[in-house]
Design a protein around this ligand. Structure first.
Ligand code: BV8
Ligand code: ZN
Length: 233
């Protein structure tokens, strides 16, 4: 029996999590070797932690930048980017902050949880691209507020226009492919539900079952690169 194939769809949404970058060498968040196993998010990934100890949060952040800077998009990222070069319209909705989708050449990307390479002012919210190691004592030119990573930490609201764009793309899609997410972080974990309501064909790529597995029609149990190749070949 042959499964769904990318070329048979006109409007595709790829919904990605840390498992998409695992084969590039970026650590995932949960499971063996996961970031939150070693680093408590209450100390490193919430606004309270930043207010309490900005130096520790920036140190963690700069460490993560170092990890990601050594990685490049894997074969799966290129398959996703190439899918948008055909007649299909493709939107990437990602929970990842590593920027690898853009690096691979994907065009329409909703970064739900922000970006590791951007900072924003704590007070006036102005954003700035920032490729370098950040020193926490640097302040915003406009208002003197602190620079913080432009990342959605626990307890932070997602940027509404980005979440709305993701929802709109999903409501209009005919194929929804989830790749490498444990589906436990909200509101992102609600998104597959919109694909179900839209009547899209829904594919879950993950070596393991997840709490959202029941929302999918097709389960490709294996690594992202291999399973994406199966959808694209
Ligand atoms: C908010 C920052 C409004 C980036 C992260 C409703 C119900 C329950 C709880 C809540 C709810 N609404 C809000 C909450 C609270 C909270 C939440 O969801 N908590 C959960 C954990 C219980 N949500 C929030 O706080 C969100 N904000 O709702 O604002 C608000 C505000 C105040 C008060 C009320 C409401 C903000 C959430 C953003 C959190 N940010 N990190 C950073 O520093 O890095 S968390 C984090 O998890 C990452 O950002 C990541 O993107 C996200 C999801 O993780 P995954 O990508 O899925 O990665 P994970 O490691 O878990 O899984 C990897 C998967 O890959 C596994 O399944 C594995 O099997 C698979 N895999 C491994 N190898 C491969 C593979 N797959 C394919 N191929 C492979 N080779
Ligand atoms: Zn400012």
């Amino acid at each position: 029996m042959s499964g769904p194939h990318l070329r048979d769809f006109k409007r595709i949404v790829f919904f990605t999590g840390a498992g998409m970058s695992a084969e590039s060498g970026v650590p995932t968040y949960r499971g063996a070797g996961g970031i939150w196993k070693e680093y408590d998010y209450r100390r490193y990934a919430c606004q309270e932690a930043f207010v309490r100890d900005p130096a520790a949060v920036w140190e963690f952040h700069n460490y993560r930048r170092g990890l990601v800077a050594a990685c490049s998009p894997n074969r799966g990222y290129h398959i996703v980017a190439r899918a948008g070069e055909r007649s299909a319209r493709v939107t990437v909705v990602t929970q990842n902050i590593d920027g690898l989708h853009a690096q691979a050449g994907s065009r329409e990307i909703c970064e739900l949880h922000g970006n590791l390479w951007r900072v924003r002012c704590d007070r006036c919210h102005v954003k700035q691209q920032d490729g370098h190691v950040v020193r926490e004592e640097l302040r915003c030119d406009g208002c003197g507020g602190w620079w913080r990573p432009d990342i959605v930490w626990f307890g932070d609201h997602l940027h509404a226009p980005i979440l709305d764009a993701a929802q709109a793309a999903i409501e209009g899609c005919d194929l929804f492919v989830s790749i490498g997410t444990s589906a436990v972080v909200y509101p992102a974990a609600y998104l597959p539900e919109y694909a179900r309501k839209a009547g899209a064909v829904r594919v879950e790529i993950n070596p393991d079952e997840t709490p959202a597995s029941h929302l999918y029609d097709v389960h490709l149990r294996g690594p992202a690169t291999e399973m994406l190749a199966r959808l694209a070949d």
